[in-house]
Design a protein around this ligand. Sequence first.
Ligand code: PLP
Length: 380
Amino acid sequence: MTDRIIEFLRDRRQNGLDDGPCMVLDLDVVRDNYTSFARALPDTRVFYAVKANPAPEVLELLARLGSCFDTASVVEIQQALAAGATPDRLSYGNTIKKERDIARAYELGVRLFAVDCEAEVEKIARAAPGSRVFCRILCAGEGAEWPLSRKFGCVPEMAGRVLEHAHRLGLVAHGLSFHVGSQQRNPRMWDSALKSSAAIFRDLAERGIHLQMVNLGGGFPTKYLKDVPAVKAYGQAIFRSLRKHFGNRIPETIIEPGRGMVGNAGLIEAEVVLISKKADDDKVKWVYLDIGKFNGLAETMDEAIRYPIRTEFDGDETMACVLAGPTCDSVDVLYEKDPYFLPVSLEIGSKVLIEGTGAYTTTYSAVGFNGFPPLKSYVI
Ligand SMILES: *Cc1c(COP(=O)(O)O)cnc(C)c1O
């Protein structure tokens, strides 16, 4: 949370514009994050993962700073172009694309595509001839607070075949990608994927296909309740692994930070709607906010992401609370298995500040479930 955000919220309240929860994002923090990535990984190009926060101001700032963009749909491609990025700075990084969307991306000038199977390679060969492709390999996602499962990527043994197929069909077999899982708190988790990558590089080189690039994905964390290592530690661990597995032939690398670029730039202000107990002798209170899983806090699913919450009563005695959202859906509970400790003095009508909410909040918000409007967003 920054002074600029706190001032903005104070003005908003004083001007009577306070009509529901909102997320305020400070562009100065995004600028600092971009600089930290560029310094920590000086030979690596940054492709910001647009889905984390596609606000035009964020994309425009990053485009000005020289960032490239990882996009997942035609709309995201158009958003990045509108922000001033040229198509050679875009990657269509979703492994699941309709052929007509590939054709549209090609028309818009995009020439870099992700694949993870031969069927997707065939679509790209037809709709975006001659383009560069990189194959995503599966990654265990261990140590990540928001792991990415087996939805994307193929086993390393298959990746060689997928890229050979691309080569055969006239595409440029450009490289490999992986994602170590979002909010990855262990900088050493890139090592095993880099080891597999180096083996695929060697294997394909023997067959006359010379890959150029490793896409190191996202996963760089933002600070929630637990401390996380600095970006610098990630840069060092990744560089060590690159040296170890590729020797003197370190390939071109790119990163695709989403959360790590915008997470700590955003703050949500919300309000306590109700505080109650379910029985007189209950040890926990229920605290209902005007924000929940459907209007911004979807990442509390399975209580995966635990946001720091500030109140004006911080420092007072605390008690265990179940924290829930305002809708009439029973899944709209944020923290219950592991209750959240909040001040006993917290009152109905109190404001709460939810930190680290610049990523995966505004666009994860429903259009109007139960009549609650989507999360408002201000970029300052
Ligand atoms: C979502 C996504 C990212 C961003 O991940 P973070 O963990 O937010 O950094 C990067 N690359 C791809 C392909 C993604 O889908």
